[in-house]
Every structure is written in C-alpha cells, then in structure tokens.
Design a protein around this ligand. Structure first.
Ligand code: ADP
Ligand code: ZN
Length: 590
C-alpha cells in the first residue's frame, strides 16, 4: 500500500516537473516567434513615387531622416521611404523644408531587430537554465545530495576490517545518543577521514556505520563540486550542510574528498578562485556546526598528503581511520560474504583462493566471483568450479587471456625456456615463496608467468627472501642464455630487470643490506646515486645472476623437462613443477 502511494506521489511530482518544463518550452518558443515582430518596425514602406504624390497633395507634415531613408508622417498615417543616403542632398532637404514640411533627423538608436537577436537567445538560455533548476530541485531522481534512510547495511556485512570497525564504535554510540556524550563534556569528532586504496570498502563501511547507528546517510562525491558555473559548487556545499542539519542526527559521506579538498595553490585563474571559495565554504561549514547537532562528516580518500592542511586541523577532519587491503584471512572472509550470492561447486576451497589473491581489494574479490560466475554460465555449469575461479582470477589479475595472440613456435619455445628458468630457480632457492603455477599463456602484457604465493602475508622481509627473489627474477634470462647462447637472449627480461634493480637498490639505499655502504640511508642527488652505490647495486644483481645460472646449469635435465611440459600443456601447477624437479633430482642421484 505505502509503495503504491509512494509511486503515485512520485509520478505526480514527475508530472509537475513535466508540466513546468512544457510551459517553459512553450514560453520560449512563443517569445522566439513574437519578439522579433514586436521589436521590428511596424511602419509600412511606401515607394518614392507614392511619397512624391503625397508631397504634391500637401499631405506630408513631417519627415524624419533615418539611416537608409526617412519616415514620412502624413496627417493620418506614417510610412517609411527607402532612399540611399547620398541622394538626400542638402538642397533637397532645403526644398522640403521650404515647402512647409518639418524636417528632422532621427537619434542614432539601437536597431530594433538587433534587440530581438539579443533578447531571444537570452530568453532561451534563461528558460533552459530554469528548466535545469526545476529538474534538479524537484525531480526526485536527480535530487542532490542523495539521502538514504533506513540503511540495511551493518558491520556484519563488512568482512574483516576489524580495526576500523572497532575504532568507529564510538562514532556509532555518539550518533545514537549525542546528548549522553555532550552532557559529560566529551569531545566528539565532527569529521573523520577514511584513508585507503580504492575498492577496500570505505563507502561500504561508512554506510554500515549509518546503518548501525540508525541515522540518515547523505552521500556526495568530491567531483560533485566541480560544477561548470561559478558559485554553484559553493552553494552546493551550503546546501549539503543545510540538508544535514535538517536531518540530524545523520552522516555526511564525501567520497573522493581530494577533489574538493586538495591543497590551495593560490593561482589567479577564475577556476582557482572558484575552487578556493568552495573549499573555504566547506571549512566555514565544518566550523559552523556545533557537535551537539549530531552531524558527522566522513571523507574518503586514498591520499591524505594532497589535502589542504586547513582541512586536517582540530575540529575539522582531525581523525583518520586507515582502511587497508585485506590479508589472507580478510580475503577469505570477504569471499565468503560474496559467495552467499553465487553457487559454488563443492570442490571449491575459498581459503586457497584467498591465498592466491594477494593484493586484491574487496572490490577485486567481488569482481573475481562475478567473473567466475560468468565463466561458469558460459560453460553451462550449474555451479562455479575451481577452474572457473582460476580463469577469473587470471582475468582479473592480468586482463583478458590473450590466447588468440599469434605467437610463433620459436617464440613459444623461448617463452617456455624463460618461464621454466624462473620456475626452476623458485623451486630450488631456499627462502623463495612456493611456486603456485607456471604458464606460457599470454596474460596482459606478459607472454608468460610464474606465479608464486607466500604461505602467509609478510610484513618484514628477510635478506634471504630478497636474494631468492633476485635469483628467481634473473632465472628467466639465465635460462635463455644457457639454452640459446648469449647472442640469442631477448628483450623478454625487461620487467624482470626492472623489478630486480628496484629490490637491489632498496637493499643498498634503504634497508642497510650492503656492507660496503653500511646502514645508512642514501638519497639521490641530481637524480642519481653516488657511484659506489651504483656499483653495489650492480654487484648484487651480478652475483644473483651468477647464482641463477649455476642453479640452472646444475639442473639442466629438470629445466628441459619443465620446458617440454609447458609446451605440451601451456599451464602447469606448482605441485607438477615440484614433481618434475624432484624426479630429475633423483635421476641425477642415481
Ligand atoms: P571504496 O569506497 O573503498 O572504493 P567500496 O566501499 O565502494 O570501496 O567497495 C566496493 C565493493 O567492494 C563493495 O560494494 C563490496 O561489494 C566490496 N567490498 C569491499 N570491501 C569489502 C569488505 N570488507 N567486505 C565485503 N565486501 C567488500
Ligand atoms: Zn621473466
């Protein structure tokens, strides 16, 4: 019943918008047609002969000389005679005057048709603007800011993120009963920032916060404040806070707050001034409402460092809640939340997927399950299988599999050798993460890929692991050199080299892992490091390259078997890689 009522109300409101629009359009059209007529000269035009006749009959009382001719005033009417200016000689005018006709010159005025040409577009523009205003103010669909009441989301819908959730409990309590807090004089935050990468659930958490507290949620985005017309952005800020005060207790959520709150540059352009006045308005509004109002503003951003310091001062956005990428346990929990909405085959193990998705955000994981469901549907599966999930993960990680990419047989062999080199080194170097899979199926920009997975998320990385990473990174090029010779190595190692250089550089300049440089932090000056630092970086990489070569030379049989397996099956999993390597080992021992 209430739904029906709501529907009727909405149609009515939309109807009134439609009526308003129609009237405005009609007005504009009528003005466009009528205005030029009203403005243009209503005086009839007569020929010179007619004028001469009237003059002869003594009917002409007055002539008004204008541009391009003159207006003739007869006793009962007026008429206009067109006459090129150079024919209106002084002697002619004298004769007119002496024959009893009053001769006068028109004031140079605005051309009537010129007025019409100016007024009509103006009227149209005003009409269109009015229409827009009507749309945004009365049309429920386009209403701004978006207000959501009775939010269904709760903290239970947010998987993991236990620390932020705990930090926000106090805010919930305040929104539920702000009086209890103010009575004892507790200081309540007005604004807080949620800081973290995209897709980590900042919006979701803010919504759930409003849901838990049972208050309205006013959602806007920083980009809403980059309006094309001067003054609109600023007035939107006022409107936002005015709405919030009306609906208190409530929560304002400003997504991408950096779009409105970035540092003021003090530039002189109109856009700069507009930006500053908008930001100033935000500051004024933040200062203006007192905490008893029961309004809390949450801003979301990935970068606090770009924000204007004035925004972070006490009483404004003076609290930060960090929302990070989920760890393995968090990823599994998020997968479980999203898995409620899809059907999974029994063989699917979400914890192993969680292990295989380091660096994924909550949004990425939602996307992964969605892609997997699409793969399953395409294959006609009733439930999502492990293979569907694997394919979806690869798709999410690297972009669509480019199986169709034309790779020559020779290139394919080259990629297989390169990847086998990575896989072999990863298998045999102590401290390396376990190989999860190796493939020569192109992914995104990469022609092949060896994926390794940690058993747990790492926060501190030991030297042993860094060196293992370097050996594994060098393994691709080392295998190419050993199998094809130094003259036939390829450009395929470019990203490996970039990655290795990065690690080695940080070992030397940031992590105190070079005895020659010692435990000091070295910075670039003029964009380069001192020569001894560059020497150390080079030495480390060369040593690791030599270690990779030794590893491969001593296990050439295993390398060749891996290459054949890759060429045959394109993708082999970690267990298979380990089996091949240990079998080759045994053969060596025998
Ligand atoms: P952000 O605002 O940080 O960019 P969102 O809140 O828009 O991220 O998250 C996008 C989507 O990702 C959410 O709608 C939700 O489906 C999913 N998601 C992100 N984090 C989580 C989480 N911790 N638990 C459940 N779902 C999550
Ligand atoms: Zn490589």
């Amino acid at each position: 019943m209430t739904i029906v009522l709501e529907k009727i109300r909405r149609t009515l409101r939309q109807r009134s918008v439609a009526v308003c629009s129609a009237i405005l359009v009609a007005l504009a059209v009528v003005t466009a047609i009528v205005a030029p007529r009203m403005m243009s000269d209503p005086v009839a035009e007569i020929t010179y002969s007619e004028f001469a006749r009237d003059l002869g009959l003594g009917k002409v009382e007055r002539v008004l000389i204008e541009e391009g001719g003159f207006t003739v005033h007869l006793s009962d009417e007026e008429a206009f005679v067109r006459l090129p200016g150079d024919l209106l000689s002084a002697s002619y005018l004298d004769r007119l005057a002496s024959s009893g006709v009053e001769v006068d010159f028109a004031k140079p005025g605005i051309d009537a048709s010129g007025i019409a040409g100016f007024v009509v577009p103006l009227v149209l523009v005003v009409a269109v603007l009015a229409l827009l205003a009507v749309q945004t103010d009365f049309n429920p669909a386009a209403r701004w800011p978006r207000v959501i009441r009775n939010i269904p989301d709760r903290f239970d819908d947010v998987a993991g993120q236990n620390e932020p959730k705990a930090e926000l409990q106090e805010v919930i309590a305040f929104l539920r009963d702000s009086e209890a807090f103010t009575k004892v004089g507790a200081r309540i935050p007005r604004g807080l920032l949620m800081v973290g990468p995209p897709g980590t659930g900042k919006t979701l958490i803010a919504k759930a916060l409003a849901g838990e507290a049972g208050v309205s949620f006013l959602a806007v985005s920083g980009s809403d404040f980059s309006a094309p017309l001067i003054g609109i952005a600023k007035s939107r800020v006022s409107k936002l806070f005015q709405q919030a005060r009306k609906r208190a207790p409530c929560l304002i959520f400003i997504d991408e707050i950096d779009a409105i709150g970035r540092k003021r540059g003090g530039g002189g352009s109109a856009a700069d001034r507009e930006f500053e006045s908008t930001l100033n308005q935000l500051l004024v509004e933040m200062d203006g409402f007192n905490t008893t109002a029961g309004v809390i503003v949450i801003g979301a951003t990935n970068r606090v460092d770009v924000l204007d310091p004035a925004l972070l001062r006490p009483g404004r956005f003076d609290r930060q809640v960090h929302i990070g990428l989920p760890d393995i346990a968090g990823r599994e929990a998020i997968l479980q939340v999203h898995a409620r909405k899809v059907t999974l085959a029994e063989s699917v193990d979400l914890s192993s997927i969680a292990k295989g998705t380091p660096g994924f955000s909550g949004a990425d994981l939602g996307n992964l399950l969605n892609e997997a469901a699409i793969f399953a549907a395409r294959e006609g599966n009733l439930a999502i299988t492990r293979e569907n999930l694997e394919a979806a993960r690869n798709k999410v990680i690297m972009g669509l599999e480019r199986r169709s990419l034309a790779v020559t047989r020779e290139e394919r062999r080259l990629v297989a050798v390169h990847e086998a080199g990575h896989a072999l080194c990863a298998c045999l170097t102590p401290g390396s993460d376990k190989v999860h899979s190796a493939t020569i199926v192109p992914h995104g920009q990469a022609l092949g890929l060896v994926m390794r997975l940690p058993d747990h998320d790492r926060h501190c990385i030991p030297v042993e692991k860094l060196e293992a990473d370097l050996i594994v990174a060098m393994g691709g090029r080392a295998a190419e050199e050993i199998v094809f010779g130094p003259k036939r190595v390829t450009t395929g190692a470019a990203s490996d080299i970039a990655h290795a250089t990065d690690i080695a550089r940080r070992m030397v300049t940031e992590w105190g892992m070079s005895s020659a440089i010692g435990m000091v932090r070295v910075s670039r000056s003029n964009d380069s490091f001192p020569p001894e630092v560059e020497r150390e970086i080079r030495r480390i990489i060369e040593e690791m390259y030599a270690a990779a070569k030794t590893c491969i030379e001593h296990n050439r049989g295993a390398l060749d078997t891996l290459v054949e397996a890759l060429l045959e099956r394109e993708t082999i999993d970690g267990d298979e890689v380990r089996r091949i390597v240990s079998l080759a080992d045994e053969r060596m021992a025998a």
